[in-house]
Design a binder for this molecule. Structure first.
Ligand SMILES: [Zn+2]
Length: 271
């Protein structure tokens, strides 16, 4: 995979312009990737929706079950995939981000031995994940993403990060909490952040090292992609008493694991 003239190229990639184009990004942008699910059965149904003149949404990329990618908007231009959204002190995240839609049914309802999407199609047990959504407190059913889709999104994020100096990889549910549930708990966002943003920047092997439990002692603690305040904040802050696992240390900073992994100042955690 590579990017040529603002278009993704390589095996399994095609350009098929569709959907609302919001004009060019400002200089220095995009610097963010936002992941979504389509809440639909196929690439074709998603493209049909985006081609509908009455639909006020679009995305840069659509990732099919086999990992193949349809690009609908060039990376130089804004797509309308976030709606009302905020991250850190920014609002309206479309202006900062590339939108990746992964074909997936989203939430499923169990009935008998099958699980049903909102559009009526049924899915089998092996296609279902039961998990708690980050913004909810009960376990619910979700359509499983394929390994090919996850590998493909990982590769896309790596290529985009190199080309556009991406600082954040976010779920839609993080920037529009309460309003959006995608991509949901079946999508391994933390793994992708860790592989693309954290490991690549710090160049360290987090597998070796400590494994000590600690608790956050500050009311709110920033998590960064590397050991220092010059590194980007990569998730919502941790709240007091959050339990973390320290896996590495450097210059007064601890690499910790919780639901995401990243670096925090050692001054604000205790054992
Ligand atoms: Zn979305």
């Amino acid at each position: 995979m590579a990017i040529k003239d603002e278009i993704l190229t390589g095996e399994g990639c095609r350009f098929d312009e569709a959907g609302k184009n919001g004009g060019e990004f400002e200089a220095g942008l995009p610097d963010t990737i936002v992941i979504h699910y389509t809440a639909g059965p196929s690439v074709a149904s998603a493209i049909n929706t985006f081609r509908d003149p009455a639909v006020e949404s679009s995305a840069h990329l659509l990732v099919d079950f086999d990992g193949s990618v349809a690009q609908l908007i060039p990376f130089s231009n804004i797509a309308w995939h976030c709606g009302r959204s905020s991250w850190l002190d920014l609002n309206g995240i479309n202006r900062y981000s590339i939108g990746i839609e992964v074909v997936n049914a989203g939430p499923l309802e169990k009935s008998g031995n099958l699980w049903y999407a909102w559009y009526g199609r049924s899915y089998k047990r092996e296609e279902v994940v039961r998990a708690i959504h980050r913004n909810e407190d009960k376990r619910t059913y979700w359509h499983r993403f394929t390994e090919e889709q996850i590998d493909s999104v990982m590769n896309i994020c790596k290529v985009l990060t190199k080309k556009y100096k991406i600082r954040y990889i976010l779920d839609h549910e993080e920037i529009s909490p309460g309003r959006k549930r995608d991509p949901g708990p079946a999508f391994p966002l933390e793994k992708i952040r860790e592989r693309v943003l954290v490991s690549d920047r710090s160049g360290r092997n987090h597998e070796e090292g400590l494994n000590e439990k600690a608790f956050v002692s500050a009311p709110s603690l920033n998590v960064r992609s590397g050991p220092g305040t010059n590194f980007d904040i990569i998730s919502q802050p941790l709240s007091r008493r959050t339990e973390v696992l320290i896996t590495d240390r450097e210059n007064g900073w601890a690499h910790v694991e919780f639901t995401v992994t990243g670096w925090v100042s050692e001054n604000y955690i205790h054992k």
